[in-house]
Design a protein. Structure first.
Length: 221
């Protein structure tokens, strides 16, 4: 079925947030006496819910992981949020999709308020009909939950008309939980193996490849 609604992940899909996210994690870890000078070692934090990452990668108990999110936000809210850049070709793709009549939606595990600020800063907000993210209290944070919230907010009744675009397994799994097709992108932080294992419908290596696949799904851009 031809797609009308295109859901985009934010981090690793629309923008490259490497510096801002890793520096924020570095700052949070330092509060617990953990020094991590290699920012690339912290790239696995890009994409998954923060609490999961602190627990999985540094063995923080749940309560401490939740506390660490607060430390992370001390740096991120004022500095890390804008240590970020839009991937080349993304704005042109969004412009072409809007001209083609697609409804564009952001679905991110980043708190919604931060997502809005980032999209405003990079002048991408006008391209999106809906910006949907996590809650600050983490009651809505997993990608499947965010996608379900976005579907409801946009009033989408036929999920066969919707498509998720993202760079990590969480985007693909969240789409599958909501019975949606997905395109995994390789210019972000997930590998082909990760995306294939998660069950991505298609995989795009570049932004130009993504544009071609969106045309395959019936969106002429």
């Amino acid at each position: 079925m031809k797609k009308r609604y295109v859901f985009f992940d934010l981090d690793g899909t629309l923008t490259d947030p490497m510096a801002g996210i890793t520096k924020s994690v570095q700052y949070a870890l330092k509060a617990y006496g953990i020094e991590e000078p290699d920012l690339k070692a912290l790239c696995p934090f890009i994409g998954p819910p923060l609490k999961d990452s602190f627990m999985n990668y540094y063995d923080f108990p749940e309560e401490q992981a939740q506390e660490a999110i607060g430390k992370y936000r001390e740096y991120f809210a004022d500095r890390g949020i804008f240590e970020n850049e839009v991937y080349p070709g993304i704005e042109e793709l969004l412009r072409d999709l809007k001209r083609a009549g697609a409804v564009l939606i952001v679905a991110t595990s980043k708190p919604e308020t931060f997502a809005v600020r980032i999209l405003e800063h990079f002048h991408l907000k006008p391209y999106f009909d809906y910006i949907c993210g996590a809650t600050m209290d983490e009651t809505r944070v997993r990608k499947g939950e965010v996608i379900a919230y976005a579907l409801e907010k946009a009033g989408i009744e036929n999920v066969e008309e919707a498509l998720m675009v993202g760079d990590r397994e969480h985007d693909v799994i969240g789409a599958r939980q909501n019975h949606m097709d997905s395109i995994g992108v390789l210019f972000g932080y997930g590998s082909r193996e990760e995306l294939e294992k998660a069950g991505a419908t298609e995989i795009a290596e570049t932004v130009e490849d993504l544009k071609r696949l969106l045309t395959f799904f019936g969106i002429k851009c």
